[in-house]
Design a protein around this ligand. Structure first.
Ligand SMILES: Nc1nc2c(ncn2[C@@H]2O[C@H](COP(=O)(O)OP(=O)(O)OP(=O)(O)O)[C@@H](O)[C@H]2O)c(=O)[nH]1
Length: 613
């Protein structure tokens, strides 16, 4: 088994890591290690002697003194026993390279650091100050000093401070891992002790509470605290410890700690009331008892802490992978990230077209269904009504009616009919355009990696939509040109193969009469009709080819080409703007990363003591 000492040292290190990485327990919705670590917390009313007890455990004067609420931030005091003969020094976590050998400077630094966080406003703050003291005269122990419980705010302090202090103190003592050092002055009615009241509430069985009676020397003549110290008046699981600290007069006279400890020992040894308890009284004894107890608590909790650490690491890693990697800071890496994201989108878009995902089939539906239906619905019947044929043909003839066949009339009728094909051609282009747009929208929504980057998402959508618009223009030009080409040169063969009316009749006189009869125009109509039908068959096949060539194929091959060119011209700052994540998400990731770092270092710390068995 790892030595007891190394266990406390391990927990000390983890506690410091907690402060460095911002884990003070409390309200963030992150797992907290701080709250799982056992610690000894000093609780008491103002002027109950808390600071005096801490100082005599350490054997040094180093805590701020003054009127009002002096302790306004938790002070995590870690005591490290060093080899005999080595110099004592203090070291703050926020000033890691500075060794304080002058303990009056330690006091000043505690005051200054308190003010740095709370301002001069005398507010309180839950962010702890970490002080390590290295000395041959201490036992390994971690103590947390908290603001004294009070009933009234003093000048310059907000009314809420009374409650704020209680909330802060409670937040520590409520933790099941907290060992409560409840300080009560013996010259006061214990029934009114703030420390005992609070500890009773949070630890009714007294398992976690060490009762400490201070100011035994100040009790009225003829009275003593034997009933309390022997555990009868206020029974706790652990024995009560009586203490005699320096009086105000001693402090003024600069009585040092060594002398004061000696005085305390003498007090108990020579006391008629407490002499029989002398070996179990005093601040040195208290320090040893606490250290031993803290070690055993840590040992008992270690397996629980280890499994908590492993579980939290898993949770944090899962959350981080869900949040995605953090965004790179240099322009090159940012450009790379953007291109990766674009490619991810493009891949999904192509899958939609190629059939890996749904949607591409609807384009075929346009060609197979919508276009033929639109072609069928074209109003050729109206255009080729007998009446219209007669009108168009006569107009084309002018003052000289046609002699054999109405060449001009045919051309005009065919032109008019072919013109109708423009509608379905354009409609096919538009229908495919809207389908492509919809696929872009869906593909963006389906690109998980893009979700974090709303700006880039909008830019890709805009670039894709602009590209699709260009493809649509091109596709319209091409399909309409195909319709125009049909008008510009008619298929000669078709007309050559038509049976000649003149020859059929056999009689020139009767046929010249026929030329203006209804059947003549009907025949013209039916010829034009079947010519237009032939063109319609052709276009039904060629319009899809043009649309796919100009729109679908282009979208697949070069949807974001323009965007890529623009990206290449962008500066670092503009690239960063494209990757501006949701700030809440960035913040969360940062918190998770820090917390994960904490848990991993804690795991390493614990592993190293376990391996040292
Ligand atoms: N005679 C005597 N005086 C004591 C004893 N303990 C504390 N005092 C005096 O009581 C006063 C208050 O002691 P502190 O240790 O400052 O008490 P505290 O609880 O830290 O006070 P705050 O930080 O103001 O809440 C000081 O003047 C001490 O000298 C004791 O056991 N005997």
């Amino acid at each position: 088994m790892a030595t007891m000492e190394s266990l406390i040292v391990t927990v000390n290190r983890i506690q410091r890591a907690c402060t460095v990485l911002g884990d003070h327990g409390g309200d963030t919705n992150l797992p907290t290690l701080w709250e799982a670590l056992p610690s000894v917390v000093v609780v008491g009313g103002q002027s109950s002697g808390k600071s005096s007890v801490l100082e005599s455990i350490v054997g040094r004067d180093f805590l701020p003194r003054g009127s009002g609420i002096v302790t306004r931030r938790p002070l995590v005091l870690q005591l490290h026993k060093t080899e005999r003969g080595l110099q004592e020094y203090g070291e703050f976590l926020h000033l890691p390279k500075k060794k304080f050998t002058d303990f009056s400077m330690v006091r000043k630094e505690i005051q200054d650091e308190t003010d740095r966080m709370t301002g001069k406003s005398k507010q309180i703050s839950p962010v702890p100050i970490h002080l390590s003291i290295y000395s041959p005269n201490v036992v390994n122990l971690t103590l947390i000093d908290l603001p004294g419980l009070t009933k009234v705010a003093v000048e310059g302090q907000p009314e809420s401070i009374v409650q704020d202090i209680e909330i802060m103190v409670r937040s520590y003592v409520e933790k099941p891992n907290c060992i409560i050092l409840a300080i009560t002055p013996a010259n006061q009615d214990i029934a009114t002790s703030d420390a005992m009241k609070l500890s009773r509430e949070v630890d009714p069985t007294g398992e976690r509470t060490f009762g400490v009676l201070t100011k035994l020397d100040l009790m009225d003549k003829g009275t003593n605290a034997i009933d309390v110290l022997e555990g009868r008046a206020y029974p706790l699981q652990h024995p009560w410890v009586g203490i005699v600290n320096r009086s105000q007069a001693d402090i003024k006279k600069n009585v040092d700690m060594i002398a004061s400890r000696r005085k305390e020992r003498e007090f108990f040894a020579s006391s008629p009331d407490y002499g029989h308890l002398a070996s179990k009284m005093g601040s040195e004894y208290l320090a040893k008892v606490l250290s031993k107890h803290l070690e055993s608590v840590i040992r008992a909790r270690l397996p629980g802490i280890t499994s908590l650490i492993n579980k939290s690491i898993e949770e944090l890693e899962a959350e981080l992978s869900h949040l995605g990697r953090s965004v790179a800071v240099d322009a090159g890496a940012q450009l790379y990230t953007i291109l990766e994201l674009c490619r991810a989108f493009d891949r999904i878009f192509k899958e939609h077209l190629d059939g890996g995902r749904p949607g591409g089939d609807r384009i075929y539906e346009v060609f197979d269904h919508q276009l033929p239906a639109a072609l069928r619905k074209l109003p050729f019947d109206r255009h080729l009504s007998l009446q219209n044929i007669r009108k168009v043909v006569s107009e084309a003839d002018g003052y000289q009616p046609h002699l054999i066949a109405p060449e001009q009339g045919y051309r005009r009728l065919i032109d008019g009919a072919l013109n109708c094909f423009r509608g379905p051609a354009e409609a096919s282009v538009d229908a495919v355009h809207f389908l492509l747009k919809e696929l872009v929208r869906r593909s963006i929504a389906e690109t998980q990696e893009l979700k974090r980057f709303p700006t880039l998402q909008a830019e890709i959508a805009a670039a894709a939509s602009e590209a699709l618009e260009r493809f649509r223009e091109e596709s319209k030009k091409t399909t309409l040109r195909m319709v125009d080409m049909e008008s510009s040169y008619l298929t000669v063969d078709f007309f050559r193969k038509l049976p000649q009316e003149v020859e059929k009749g056999g009689n020139p006189t009767s046929s010249s009469v026929d030329r203006y009869a209804e059947s003549h125009f009907r025949r013209i109509g039916s010829n034009v009709y079947s010519y237009v039908g032939m063109v319609s068959d052709t276009l039904r096949n060629t319009i899809p080819k043009a649309v796919v060539y100009c729109q679908v194929r282009e979208a697949k091959q070069s949807l974001l080409d323009h965007f890529y060119i623009q990206l290449g011209k962008k500066e670092g700052k503009q690239l960063a703007q494209l990757l501006d994540e949701d700030p809440a998400l960035m913040e969360r990731r940062q918190q998770c990363v820090k917390r994960l770092e904490l848990y991993k270092s804690a795991r390493d710390e614990i592993d190293s003591v376990l391996w040292a068995r």
